[in-house]
Design a binder for this molecule. Sequence first.
Ligand code: GLC
Ligand code: GLC
Length: 641
Amino acid sequence: MVMNFAFEAQKTQQRLLAELDFSQLTSQQKAIFVKRLENGFAPLFEQLFPLYGQCFDLHYHLKVLLQSFIDFHKKKRPAQIKDKSEFWFESNQNVGIAVYVDLLADDLSSLIDKIPYFESLGINYVHLMPLYLAPEGNSDGGYAISDYRTVSPNLGTNKDLKDLASALHKKGIRMVLDFVFNHTSDEHRWAEAAKSGDQGFQGYYYFMGEQDAMEYNQTVREIFPQIRRGSFTYLPELDSHVWTTFNSFQWDLNYSNPAVFVAVVEEMLHLILNGCDVLRLDALAFVWKEKGTVCENLPKAHNLIKAFKACLDIAAPQVVFKSEAIVHPDEVNKYIGADECTLSYNPLMMALLWESLATRQTNLLYQSLERSFAIPEHTTWINYIRCHDDIGWLWDDAISDRLGIDGIGHRRFLNQFYTGQFEGSFAAGVPFQENPVNGDCRVCGTLASLAGVENAIAADDPLLLDHAISRIRVLNGINFAMPGIPLLYQGDDLGVLNNDDYLNDSTKAEDSRWVHRKKLTNADFALAEDNGAPQGKIAQLIREMIKIRKANPLFAAQEFELVSLGSEHLFAFRRQMDDKTLLVIANMSEHLVPLEHLPLGKSLSELIGQETAINLLNKELVDLPSLSLIQPLDILWLVNN
Ligand code: GLC
Ligand code: GLC
């Protein structure tokens, strides 16, 4: 018999409504809740059914889930942000930064003192790196969470976090928190119970014998091959292998168990109670596992994330999800949608901007963005150049093949280029997680060090330094002008260089990502104020670009196209809003590039709609017919006037 889905969803919803306890809600609260449930239950049921339709106790789990929404509904949250616009993420006012609380300030309450700094920079979106209770020593930068409901005592209290949220909101700044739901730390109360033999909690994780673990390992990618081979950690006390995609103290949660889904939703609601506006879905590609597959980006991972989203829409519809999928571009895009993640990191553009600086060529960048940049209406890219993690070279090899680029060889070149193993490279990066079997690795380093500032200073060479700063200008000039929310990474706005201190800390020395996770000091801020120092120049150019972006609504234009200018060194795109046009032209090479023949027979004047344009970056009037050369590593933000 074919199931009438809408009918069954409606029937289940009615049954559940009759069983729920609303006694804590006022009649007005109840009315709001029931209305949200009426809209939200069917979408939730639709996602949960393929995951848990076979579970005999699904009805029980649904009831627990809905009851936790009711309990949540009456809880007080910090004052909401004033800007209530539904599509706030499309505005040109958005500029983000990601910060570690203890690296920018000391703790949550002293971070409040940094709000004027955010404001002076024009920031209205702050991602606070994980700040929850985590194991002492190595906690993967906080990504091994021992209790989602408790702020790490080093950083303060839950109240401090709520106060910070209110203080940010008062200034119109949105707060982004991590939702690390693929794994908990091995010190989480669920993990502790599992260790002590509780079968119920053992079912929260993937425990298995050696044979099964070996079978899974056949098809699963190794994420931290320097930590351990394979994806499992042996626990002698239980004589069992537990799934650990990342570090051995990060235990993957078993979402094939509906109790885990419900329990994690409850933790998610606690995160929301702190007053966040965006939840960053950490490592979301890994959340569903099936033997014989790569256990990444499986169709049921999407059901699961959509189910979380349906819960969010019922419980806290003003909060949005941001996807952290650092995977093949086609898979990255699948997480983006009105019913899944509203925002997503743009790792493809990030990686290919670095690729084009190394090769001085833009064809792979063009072709890849041509295929992958478009995303659904009312969803937005989070564009970034650097973040707290490494850079991985994740493009679609079908595209590099077509361009005659050997994917494996090209990645090896990029790794060598960015880690000081390629003669003549400008970059000072550090390798991360070299795979002893296939030689694969990823790259760490700050924006300034990777762009050449560190080497130029060491060589005391003004021309190299000039180029390095121009690279930072070009990268930011693209990042601030492309459709999406530009996201800075702490310290990159101050031109901070790589820092080796982590090598002296045994809990960090094995993880080279700490090379770009430096405690920011007064000296770093002072250097960024010094106009004569490279750091000062970098800070200045970034501030200037943010100001221009925020002053000009064209940077919110939804109409967008890549523009080919007929040179392999140039990258260009156009945005359009009513009769206003923004044409961005970037030269990724250290050479003058002639603008000879524009494809499609269109001249620059035709692209902009008139003979002259203003370059917003230096306020100069440009006579387009006579613009025949693009300066080395230059970027132009041309608009019609
Ligand atoms: C994400 C985080 C990264 C962390 C991993 C495991 O990729 O960005 O820092 O190591 O997830 O949580
Ligand atoms: C992420 C990514 C991986 C990244 C790592 C953190 O989830 O999948 O590419 O490098 O975790 O380092």
